[in-house]
Design a binder for this molecule. Sequence first.
Ligand SMILES: [Zn+2]
Length: 307
Amino acid sequence: MNQRIVGIEPPDSAHIRTWIKMMTEKYGGLMEVSVIGSSLLGRKIHAIHIGSRRRKVLYCGGVHGREWITSLLMMYFAEDLLAACSKGERMCEMDIGRLLESSGLTIIPSLNPDGVEISINGADLPGLSDYLNDDLIERCKSEDFCRRWKANAGGVDINRNFNSGWDDMRAIAMERGINGPSSEGWTGEYPVSEPETRAVTELCAREKFRHLVAFHSVGEEIYWSYRNFTPARSHIMARILAMSSGYSLSEPDKSASSAGLKDWFMEVYHAPAFTVEVGSGSSPLPLSGFRFMYNRLREMLTLGIAM
Ligand SMILES: [Zn+2]
């Protein structure tokens, strides 16, 4: 196998920045890097496009801070895809060069780079105290509290901030006593209030993706439906993703059933969208299990472009 640039280490902003720079030097002719927005604290949100501009899909990692293993997953896969493409090699028995001539993939490695940073390196970030109340800042002194952080730097759960069933999601949050910035579960003051949410919704509006896959952890399961907005082809596509990964198909429970990226995409574009919960255990997942997890998901990731 090729020597990868990406190492198995936590994908904080510094790591992603270095990786993108080295990837551009090595594969610049085969990929296009763009900045699709900035996080609340000003970190760049990158997107990498590989292959055709016509039939393209979107993979999104790093939505929830503590689920940063999904960023590493995106980086690993992008690199393997580009390596196979540049060498004319097959991957999962597919001719990658031919696949990418007819289909394209846009990858967002880390949609919520501030949240990922808090989970990996702690809450000692310039500007954070402008957004969080004293109680949250105090709790952030605990290393374990930071490690388990899901939200963005404003204490908004990005995957509860999309404009699809947002009122219902907010009512559920309120019922649970989450009525303001929190490490997880807060919807924000209004839909699409956060720069991270806007970055991906604006990208989708510009690019017209055929479908998208949002990566979270954990559960080894795939969510594929949303209310009555689920396209007819979603089920068979979800079954292909499930068969190739060994993951199971799941229906969302009420508490996680709206205002997410996949929900919004299905409602607005009438196109399939999936949430894949990678790995088992509890987040953040240890790096020791990463290689096993990646190898299990490689075929699913490749088929997801071809579908
Ligand atoms: Zn998540």
